[in-house]
Design a protein around this ligand. Structure first.
Ligand code: ZN
Length: 137
């Protein structure tokens, strides 16, 4: 299951669950999705879907956006405490650590798409963490 933030043409934001990204696109295109506020069918998908794999035994309410946001907050707090912020130098530092030029340590920062590709090619292991945006009004 995957949750998408959707917007109607009147700017109402709501969340919808779909089987996958393709079925979300299909249902929007065939006007099967409507805004819960104004019943508008001109729906657009927001960026950055988050994916959740349910074990099937749990109810979907347990995976609502509030819980996800709390979980992300815990991760972000952990990273804030345990990772050195190198900002836009992430790419350079990661390569230095990878090649042994710099001390092995946890770092965090930002990278461009091109830089990510190079890091992957170099075999550098890194994780992408979503930036928390206010999902709840
Ligand atoms: Zn609406």
């Amino acid at each position: 299951m995957i949750a998408f933030d959707l917007f109607c043409s009147n700017g109402h934001k709501f969340e919808c669950w779909f089987k996958d990204s393709a079925s979300c696109g299909e249902q929007i295109a065939s006007h099967m999705v409507s805004c819960p506020v104004c019943d508008d069918h001109q729906i657009e998908r927001a960026f950055s879907p988050f994916m959740i794999k349910s074990d099937g035994g749990k109810k979907e309410e347990e995976f609502d956006s509030q819980h996800v946001q709390q979980a992300l907050q815990v991760i972000t707090d952990y990273i804030d405490k345990h990772f050195e912020d190198v900002g836009a130098d992430f790419y350079k530092e990661a390569l230095k650590i990878h090649s042994g030029e710099a001390e092995k340590r946890n770092i965090k920062g930002t990278a461009t798409t091109e830089e990510e590709v190079i890091l992957k090619e170099e075999g550098v292991t890194f994780f992408k963490v979503p930036i928390i945006k206010k999902m709840l009004n």
